[in-house]
Design a protein around this ligand. Structure first.
Ligand code: FDA
Length: 306
């Protein structure tokens, strides 16, 4: 997308840097984007979000898990998070990364964990979102979503990324389903090759607008997950022009990013979700946030020097 973004995502994969960052812990600046290392931190922030008129999207940090034991332990952590979220007033959602529950080991491993988690969430009235990770996981993630929907778990949603060329075709397939799945639209956060993803921000933004228009015309609930005010304005204008009820569209932002915009949207009567990560495995999430905005990196460097 930009050389800055590519550089940060590439350097972040350097193991000594990761080791150094983990030793410094959340003090490195990650505390700005992460509720804390423990479930109680995530739950405390979830209650604060609900009290401010927004809805929490809790996320137990963890990804690219490669042993069945760790996938099992992640699933236990997610179960506890669903239980705790059920105590929060109002709508509540929990995000799961498919590789967190073993997608890297096999699709069946992930499905075997996701099925009971989806059932528990349905009982406790918690919505589930399957986050979208890097491009080699897209086929499996969509297949899992479709299988869960076929089994009646229509409270499970997923994410489409506007930087991928394939997303328009994926959307065709999802819009043809009954009911149309609830979908979150993002630009995309991973380091992807030019063979699969737009490199220019202008192309990613253009694709976002086109996908958004199709999703709004398509029938399901649309979560506009962006801090880009042009995208948010476009969604509100199109929704109103199409005469869609407000419940068809929610706006999702990340914990720690643009709090004033979050409050303005709430004041305007919009449904606002706040993606709230917690847990010890914060490194990958944090580096993607640094890659999104040079000022975030400057903030970390200032913390290191100061
Ligand atoms: P863009 O990057 O153009 O930024 C728009 C404005 O917001 C700019 O002013 C920018 O500086 C500011 N901004 C953006 N990110 C910021 C940050 N981290 N800190 C401070 N300011 C920032 N991706 C993915 O691949 N799979 C997924 O499942 C998800 N899930 C997800 C959920 C939610 C609720 C959100 C908001 C985002 C995601 N993402 C994601 C991340 C997404 O793909 C994307 O990387 C970021 O949202 C940044 O893109 P924007 O749409 O905000 O636009």
């Amino acid at each position: 997308m930009s050389s800055y973004r590519d550089l940060v995502l590439a350097v972040a994969q350097w193991t000594p840097l990761e080791r150094f960052a983990r030793r410094r812990g959340l003090r490195l600046g990650a505390a700005r984007f992460v509720a804390g290392e423990h479930l109680r931190d995530g739950v405390r922030v979830a209650h604060e979000i609900a009290a401010a008129g927004k809805y929490p999207i809790l996320d137990l940090l963890g990804e690219f898990i490669d042993t069945p034991e760790r996938a099992e332990s992640m699933a236990d952590g997610i179960r506890a998070a669903i239980d705790a979220l059920a105590e929060v007033t109002g709508p509540r959602m929990l995000s799961i990364k498919p590789t967190q529950v073993g997608l890297g080991i096999g699709r069946q491993v992930a499905l075997d964990h996701l099925r009971p988690l989806a059932a528990l969430a349905a009982r406790l009235d918690v919505r589930i979102a399957l986050d979208m990770e890097d491009h080699p996981r897209v086929d499996d993630t969509l297949a899992i979503l479709e299988e869960l929907h076929d089994e009646g778990h229509t409270h499970v949603s997923t994410v489409l990324q506007s930087y991928l060329y394939r997303t328009s075709d994926d959307l065709d397939r999802l819009l043809a389903r009954t009911p149309v799945p609830e979908l979150r639209l993002v630009k995309g956060a991973y380091k992807e090759p030019a063979s699969v993803a737009y490199a220019d921000k202008a192309d990613v933004d253009k694709s976002y607008r086109t996908l958004l228009e199709r999703m709004l015309g398509g029938g399901g609930i649309v979560h506009v997950a962006s801090h880009d005010e042009a995208m948010i304005d476009a969604a509100r204008t199109q929704r109103d022009a199409l005469g869609l009820p407000r419940e068809r569209v929610t706006f999702q932002l990340l914990y720690g990013v643009k709090p004033r915009l979050q409050a303005d949207l709430v004041r305007d009567g919009e449904a606002v979700g706040v993606y709230t990560p917690f847990g010890e495995d914060w490194y990958g999430y944090f580096t993607r946030r640094l890659a999104e905005r040079p000022a975030n990196l400057a903030f970390v460097l200032r913390g290191l020097l100061g």
